[in-house]
Design a protein around this ligand. Sequence first.
Ligand SMILES: [Zn+2]
Length: 360
Amino acid sequence: MKMKTWALAVVLAVSIPAWFSPAARAQSLGAGFSQVGTPAVSGKVYQFSKIADGVYYATSNGPMATGGNHPIIVNENDVMLVDDGTTPAAARALLEDLKLITNKPVRWVVNTHFHYDHTDGNSIFGPEVQIIGHEYVRKAILDDVLHHEPFKTSVGNISIQAEALKKQIADEKDAGKRATLETQIAVVQADLEELKNIKPTPPTMTYSSKMTLYSGQREIQILFLGRGHTRGDTVVYLPKERIVCTGDLMESRLAYMGNGVFDEWVTTLDALKELDFDAVLPGHGVPFHEKSLITAFQYYLKDLMSQVGVLRKQGLSAEQAAQKVDLTSHKADFPQIQSPGADLRGVRRMYEWMDERAGR
Ligand SMILES: [Zn+2]
């Protein structure tokens, strides 16, 4: 599948720039992306892949828990970050590594949605930086966000992960493997510590349906296309460059669904497909360009809704339904599906959403 070649290219470009042949990229990206063979720049924590002139995609491969990936838009005089990391430390590391690609100041941060792995760098910025988000993002962050999902269970989940690693280390006889596990547990424990430093900080500038920023020659559209992954997802669209940054509304993999508005998510993705773009830079996963992956995700959502609806009618609990649903037919598009079952947090939310729809 073409998309997968593209995705693989970006992944490998991060670590093996030499592999990333100009011909391969030109073929997979099309005419709008002629700056082929651009090597990735690696910092201490983040790596930057060049997507177009002044547009980068920052990812991290594990020295620190960082959250999602970041599209970075370097304008004539300033820089826009799309999302700012899972903790203040991750955001500081991003700013430090960003010096490798530009010395222009960050003046804009967009929060694609309220989830902590996209917004909890907000607190490190001073008044010279405008933090832009949909009006729902400000409301959600100010509404005791640390006691709601997904943050509420995240600390517990990371603690469980740390305990599991400790047990693995105790049982591991091979010194090399033990050293790898020890590196992993150091990252997890540092992450747990850093989560304590989070100070929920809402956007300083909100909008309800559309806002357009002009910085030098750059036009940046900030769009709310409808509810989906959350009740306030922003898409950042660069019409001239034909690039769209989708946050978690559309990832290259299956998104977390614990705050989903499922039927509207499908129609919002229709609106996304109406935009004219050649590259999608998602909040997690890898960049891709094929609209067929968006359609595949719509099919997944519809299938999940339909199966969960049937199981709920049969009287099964959300826990039972999450084990019983079978979405393995979507495995070709979303290889993370290895067996029947779905993430319980998403299925629980789907039960709640079905109650909301039924007016209960
Ligand atoms: Zn999210």
